[in-house]
Design a protein around this ligand. Structure first.
Ligand code: C2E
Ligand code: MG
Ligand code: MG
Length: 747
């Protein structure tokens, strides 16, 4: 239908070779509200119809070059004109012409000369029907447009919402791009981000998302500024960035061509001066996007732009919350988070970590006399000096107005922190220039190391702080934390460093001492005892290093190593041959309070395929009693797994038997000091009482340090059934222990 006239005026094409006939028609239809067009031949009619698409054709049959029937047939061949109403005008009022006209596709016939009223009535009917149809079609079309528009609104609302919900920008783009791809049926979508250092001359573009790859893509487009990407990135806002379909002067980067992309449509994300990146729509075949699709793309791009902007604002806010505004350094909270992460990492990898705490000791009086502005300048100046001298990997933070924290991870040796801090301190001992005035600051630096001093963040920071006080007391500018407890001889620090290295070098090994049934002398288990094969000092007994390990955090990795070695050794024994066989492992008190202990143990049991029924842990009374509830909880967890617990050196600690009924234990190990003084009447009575009471509580009793036969007899007489000591065997290296088992296990 001719859209220009379809609702108001109907167009009628009058086809007749005779000018008189055309004039008559014009007269008949004048002032009827029609738009009239004329054609003087069949050929002209065909051409005109295509051009104007009339509402009705009045077609003369008798024409010289091409008759009306032929015109009709030609018109019907064209699918767009198949429905065009054709009224044939014929002088021949015979059936033959009628049927010929019908076959050719005419809708109606009128004989010439035409009846004026009949003609008007027919035309009125036809054009009214036509108008109705066009109205109906227009309405249907607008309904479809409305539905499409509603769907697009829906998508835009959804994406807008997701942009708000998903704080992770990558996640949002991931979702948005796959949605866009499926809705618009785009072959591939690519998201390119320009690096912060990018300029309009060097866009420095990086592919960060692609619907063609399941893995995050890594392609770098830096340097490809001459191509279409650089062009798109340089577009300004007021030039509406329309599609750039294969611009002739700009080549498509080979990356896309390799993926068989033939057409690239690019939209820039971000404001004109501050382009965040590009969205590229790749098609394998040339495609023209409809106006609606382009509109949707524009809306999506503006959602992307606001998502990016919001993200940047959020990032800025996060930065401000985690950084000190004067120095621009990470603040205390941020530093603590970094420290926690590094500690967790270092403990896993057994790396040495150091914290240096720099303190400006006279900042307070300086502020008092020179004011806040000077205070800010001093803090800035100090920051500058620290940054200048610490160029290699470390984390510098401003912990408070007068304190800076510096974290060194993965140290090679403990002295490294002091070595690296020394130049900083020396530089800061010189007056610093504050607006032309030399200002003397009094700086000290305290250092603490993990795991040598502590392996927990607050403890480590506290020790570094204490080291600062120690520096001041000693009149030094730099000091490494020195524990002040009496047991801590000065050489302990060095020993701790050596232990740390020895764990890494696996210089520790185990010996196994059999535990026996006093009646049959047959082995019922063994105790694992650690030794250190020191590279310089040779073999070292546990009492020379366990205490230092316990005072530092080194006991954790050491215990892990011991358990691992023990389980490894047990794999070489035929423990199923011996009923109730259990290997005893000594646990230090702090192990019972270590939240990582049980998970580590579980991991090792699994790794060495060890049944918990083959283990017993020995703990001391003191260990349990100093934090009864906490320790008891760990013991209970172990018992629930089927691991037994023995109280080692029983009788040397509190010797209070009260707590035993509440404690989750299975065995008491009578301390050697009791065992060897059984000839003393008082000791004899106590031990007898212990054995009797243990029986009532369902606890086993084992005597340790048995060195001769008479002792065995006495113990048996008292009702003690189990024992351990040189009389049976000294602690043995694994090979010898295997032989021992073979010799002494009854068959
Ligand atoms: P403990 O657990 O009471 O171990 C028994 C100690 O007595 C062992 O000394 C053992 O060699 C010694 N011994 C055994 N029978 C006799 C005997 O008939 N006469 C004499 N005079 N001594 C005997 P060791 O191996 O020097 O261990 C000393 C302590 O070191 C242990 O006392 C235990 O508290 C600690 N220890 C040993 N290995 C480990 C370990 O792997 N982890 C922990 N945390 N501590 C351990
Ligand atoms: Mg023991
Ligand atoms: Mg003992």
């Amino acid at each position: 239908m001719n859209s220009a006239h379809s609702f108001s005026t109907a167009t009628i094409l009058i086809v007749d070779d005779q000018a008189g006939a055309r004039a008559t028609m014009k007269g008949l239809l004048a002032n009827q509200g029609y738009h009239l067009e004329f054609a003087a031949s069949g050929q002209e009619a065909l051409e005109k119809v295509e051009a104007i698409i009339p509402d009705v054709i009045l077609l003369d049959v008798m024409m010289p070059d091409m008759d009306g029937f032929e015109v009709c047939r030609q018109l019907r061949k064209n699918p767009t004109l198949a429905e065009l109403p054709i009224i044939m005008l014929t002088a021949l009022d015979d059936r033959e012409s009628l049927s010929q006209g019908m076959e050719a596709g005419a809708d109606d016939f009128m004989s010439k000369p035409v009846d004026r009223f009949l003609l008007r009535a027919r035309l009125k009917n036809i054009t009214r029907l036509n108008r109705f149809r066009s109205l109906y079609e227009a309405r249907q079309k607008s309904e479809m447009t409305r539905q499409k528009a509603a769907q697009q609104q829906h998508i835009i609302a959804f994406l807008g919402q997701r942009a708000l919900e998903l704080s992770d920008l990558a996640l949002f783009f991931d979702e948005a791009l796959s949605l866009l791809r499926s809705i618009l049926q785009i072959d591939q979508l690519y998201l390119l981000q320009s690096a912060p250092s990018a300029t309009s001359n060097n866009p420095n573009l990086r592919l960060i998302h692609s619907t063609s790859a399941s893995e995050p893509p890594t392609h770098d487009f830096s340097g490809e500024i001459t191509n279409v990407l650089g062009f798109a990135l340089r577009q300004t806002d007021h030039v509406d960035i329309e599609d750039i379909h294969q611009p002739h002067s700009l080549h498509i980067p080979s990356y896309f061509l390799q993926q068989d992309i033939q057409q690239l449509t690019i939209k820039a994300i971000g404001r004109s001066k501050d382009r965040w990146g590009l969205l590229c729509l790749g098609e394998r075949r040339t495609r023209v996007y409809t106006q609606e699709e382009l509109q949707l793309l524009r809306s999506v791009i503006s959602i992307f732009t606001s998502a990016v902007e919001r993200h940047e604002v959020h990032k800025k806010l996060q930065y401000e919350l985690s950084h000190d505004s004067v120095t621009g350094l990470p603040n205390r909270e941020h530093f603590e988070r970094i420290l926690d992460d590094s500690l967790a990492q270092n403990l896993r990898t057994l790396q040495l970590l150091g914290v240096a705490l720099l303190r400006i000791n006279n900042l307070h009086p300086l502020t008092h006399s020179l004011g806040q502005q000077t205070r800010r300048l001093i803090r800035k100046g100090v920051t500058h000096v620290i940054q200048q001298h610490l160029t290699e990997a470390c984390e510098i933070a401003s912990l408070s107005g007068d304190q800076f924290g510096i974290l060194f991870s993965r140290l090679q040796k403990p002295e490294e922190v002091t070595q690296r801090m020394r130049p900083v301190i020396e530089a800061l001992s010189q007056p610093i220039d504050i607006e032309g005035f030399p200002i003397h600051i009094l700086i000290t630096c305290g250092i603490a190391l993990a795991p040598l001093h502590a392996s927990e963040r607050n403890e480590l920071l506290r020790y570094a702080d204490t080291a600062n006080d120690q520096a001041i007391q000693l009149g030094e500018t730099i000091a490494v934390f020195e524990p002040v407890e009496k047991t801590y001889a000065p050489h302990h620090f060095l020993l701790a460093a050596e232990i740390h290295q020895a764990i890494k070098n696996r210089e520790f090994f185990l010996e196994f001492q059999p535990k026996v049934d006093l009646e049959t002398s047959a082995p019922i288990g063994a105790e694992a005892l650690v030794r250190w094969s020191h590279p310089k000092r040779g073999r070292m007994a546990p009492n020379l290093f366990i205490e230092v390990a316990e005072q530092t955090a080194l006991i954790r990795p050491l215990t892990r190593l011991i358990i691992e070695e023990a389980l490894q050794a047990m794999e070489t024994w035929d423990v199923d041959q011996i009923e109730g066989f259990r290997l005893a492992i000594n646990l230090s008190p702090s192990t019972l309070y270590d939240p990582h202990f049980i998970p580590t143990l579980e991991e090792l049991l699994k790794q060495y395929d060890c049944r918990p029924e083959h283990l017993i842990f020995e703990v001391t009374e003191t260990a349990v009693l100093s934090h009864f509830d906490l320790a008891n909880r760990t013991l209970q967890a172990l018992l629930e797994k089927g691991i037994h617990i023995a109280i080692d050196d029983f009788g040397t600690g509190y010797s209070s038997l009260n707590y035993l009924s509440k404690l989750h234990v299975n065995e008491l190990k009578l301390d050697r000091s009791y065992v060897i003084t059984l000839d003393n009447k008082r000791t004899y009575t106590i031990v007898k009482y212990i054995i009797q009471m243990s029986r009532e509580l369902g606890l086993k009793v084992i005597a340790e340090g048995i060195e001769d036969q008479p002792l065995v007899d006495t113990l048996k007489e008292m009702g003690c059934r189990l024992g351990q000591g040189y009389f049976y065997s000294r602690p043995l290296p694994n090979d010898a222990f295997i032989s021992y088992l073979a010799e002494h296990t009854p068959t």
